[in-house]
Design a protein around this ligand. Sequence first.
Ligand code: NAD
Length: 485
Amino acid sequence: MTFLDYAPAPESTSILNLKPSYGLFIGGKFVDSSGSTFDTISPSTEKKITTVSHATEDDVDRAVKAARAAYDKTWSKLSGSERGKYLFRIARIIQERSRELAVAETLDNGKPIRETRDVDLPLVAAWFFYYAGWADKLEYAGLGPNPQALGVAAQIVPWNFPLLMLAWKIAPALAAGNTVVLKPAETTPLTALLFAEICQQAGLPDGVVNIITGAGAAGAALVSHPGINKLAFTGSTPVGRQIASTLAGTGTKVTLELGGKGANIIFDDAAIDQAIEGIVSGIFFNQGHVCCAGSRLLVQENIHDDVVHRLQKRLSTLRLGDPLDKNTDIGAVNSKVQLERITELVGSGEGEGATRWTSACAIPEKGFWFAPTVFTDVHTSHRIAREEIFGPVLSVMTFRTPEEAVAKANNTPYGLSAGIWTEKASRMLAIADKLRAGVIWANTFNKFDPASPFGGYQESGYGREGGRHGLAAYLSPSDQKAGGK
Ligand code: NAD
């Protein structure tokens, strides 16, 4: 042990009270699936956590029917303030059970406990509190005097922020008066199943929230079910495209939150040490599994060497390892498949001539890991400059003038996020105005707030989540009755 090594500080898993297997949560109860089962594993140890179910088409049908019945018989009959009471109750239970939920998320996803404890869980509770407050104020949402719920909302979420993405979807849907069927990703179903228990604990009327687990086939069955009025999807662009084509012309309202290749732009007047922290949180937070990650670093040419040197020095201090250890900065990659994707793209970066630097940290024997990596000498034509890597890998490019920075930042088929680092507020505003991205941060990165709308355009999808805008996705602007499919 060297002088500055940290002693291990593992968070205990004894707070978890998991069942050996989980069915589906339909109509307020855990029921058996008519399909097969699969194990959910911890990506840091490859050990089984519990067994979950593959929902079949019949199961999806049962869940949609349960959501419809709950909508018709109970949820649509409640006043906004009554719905709000349930949401406030759920928010408080999430706070009470936050340590347990953080441990479960870290175990199932691989992200550090420091992040689940200090970022994911506080935001999950904040999302429910925020939308609970909206439930009895829908006439102020900007959609006319008497906006109406849509009916049954089908919701599909990815594995990178499992419980947070659930909160982004379920909180506004329920506040607006819809009932839901939600499918978590196949590698991270655990916190959605614990959330089902929280719905029971909160006394939420049966069928208002239904959780079905499974892989892409279960998601596809949900998308094509004729009984849904709304589809909200967060995930990859190819699957989003498929969903858009399945639902085109059906009248089902669709929100797509897809991939990104965000530019983080550093001008030579920026506070460099502060910018280094922003670069780190922009791409190495959550192992880089972040749709709005600042995965392309655009540095003004005259400060390139200094920034890269300071960044490498800072990255060398990040600790990779057991995500349940409170000292860990970089956890496990979520799955073997994702690790293979990252490895393949990093190989392409080397093959195409970019210069690779990887932090010299020890990699645990078991589990899926990728050390923080920085590519310099990157050209805009390289795959690592164009494709979403979704891992702890940064592609560094340079620019000389603000115009060149904007042109390079916008040279992407995506349009989700961007960051600007400069001392001058006038420059921030002028550049932000020209960037084609849904969310732009200045002198910070990866900051989220339930009151702030989030979403992209081009291949990053359409629709907004968060804020008043996020309600619009679950409301019809007129007095029309909700679609009774
Ligand atoms: P993915 O598209 O493979 O899977 C996302 C979800 O869709 C999972 O639940 C999966 O089971 C389901 N699914 C897969 N095939 C389906 C199909 N044919 N029909 C219906 N559902 C299907 O994406 P992923 O690899 O889990 O997640 C990573 C992607 O998500 C990245 O591209 C990332 O940028 C994106 N993402 C976007 C946002 C955002 O807000 N824009 C947020 C987080 C992640």
